[in-house]
Design a protein around this ligand. Sequence first.
Ligand SMILES: Cc1cc2nc3c(=O)[nH]c(=O)nc-3n(C[C@H](O)[C@H](O)[C@H](O)COP(=O)(O)O)c2cc1C
Ligand SMILES: CC(C)CC(=O)C(=O)O
Length: 360
Amino acid sequence: MHAILNLHEYEAAARACLGAGAWDYFQGGSEDELTLAENRAAFGRMKLRPRVLVDVTACDTSTRVLDVPVASPILVAPMGFQRLAHADGELATTRAASGAGTVMVASTMASVRLEDLAAVPGSTLWFQLYLFRDRAITMDLVRRAEAAGCRALVITVDAPRLGRRERDLRRGFALPDDLRAANLPPSSAGRLHEAGASGSAIARHAQSNFDAGATWETVAWIRSISTLPVVVKGILTAEDAKLARASGVAAIVVSNHGGRQLDGVLAAIEALPEVVEAVAGGCEVYLDGGVRRGTDVLKALALGARAVLVGRPLLWGLAVDGEAGVRRVLELLRDELALAMALSGRPQVARVDRSLVKFP
Ligand SMILES: Cc1cc2nc3c(=O)[nH]c(=O)nc-3n(C[C@H](O)[C@H](O)[C@H](O)COP(=O)(O)O)c2cc1C
Ligand SMILES: CC(C)CC(=O)C(=O)O
């Protein structure tokens, strides 16, 4: 067999390494998975307008996010329960991100404690925060993230409840006994193991723990208790982008949670232009959802994203080969981006401009 050449081949290889429950949890979207498919299809509809006879002998993918230098505009999206993919879980992913010179966003629902991830040499960790009904839990997570040296709080705002993920419902998905939500107090985490004949334990856990009453006032509360820059993840409209900006966030992640929350919403890449226009340079804008090729990264940058976050492909790399697999996925994407920059006549990230893409 030849070496794995691209992220699609990692997906196929990962399927062979994973049990059916983990595979469906990772891959799945909500309801009819319309948005899951759209995230990919929309990239396919966008066409590039390259320039030629530009000196591209050296293409530089480096940039800065929240004032931190990164080797490429490709960051690690927060994903829970990575020990479902590999025994090292988030530790392997953090080491790979550190090795690749990029940011790791650690999930509230990680299966390794955030302090252990922050201890990885050279890592730049951002902490993804779910808002709990019990504000003491949220507060404790914020304090721990600060104490561990995390550089930003990424508040996920598109999940007051979990989307209807029918693959998980059908299997009665619950966490195996040897895998914990390592950041949560046992009183909250226990429900994640309650297997049912039907229904998803993680959906039940979210419903009884996440704060469905959270509003922009809650974001203001987080800003009042922490000096860390706040990023809001899960914005899809200009209206919410303006509210985010007004609430003083440092960055927005345009995201539909990889098609796992409200089904039928537009592809993340289609929502990007209106968000970029609405914030008018007042904060950084990132994108996630369906990024599988260097040309996808290029398209997002052209539409005004400062960086992208990558989700499932890193879990595929993790499942296939642990830290080395995650590292390889990050390298493949970065190499593809550098090539796409050369072939489009944009040797630096700052030179990737709006005129590079055409929507249908
Ligand atoms: C298995 C899995 C777990 C996830 N867990 C979280 C999470 O804990 N917090 C969060 O904000 N987003 C979570 N997400 C969403 C990702 O951060 C990201 O928005 C999405 O995966 C990007 O789309 P992609 O997988 O097509 O790259 C999760 C996604 C997957 C696939
Ligand atoms: C346990 C979940 C809340 C993690 C998540 O955000 C997801 O699975 O999409």
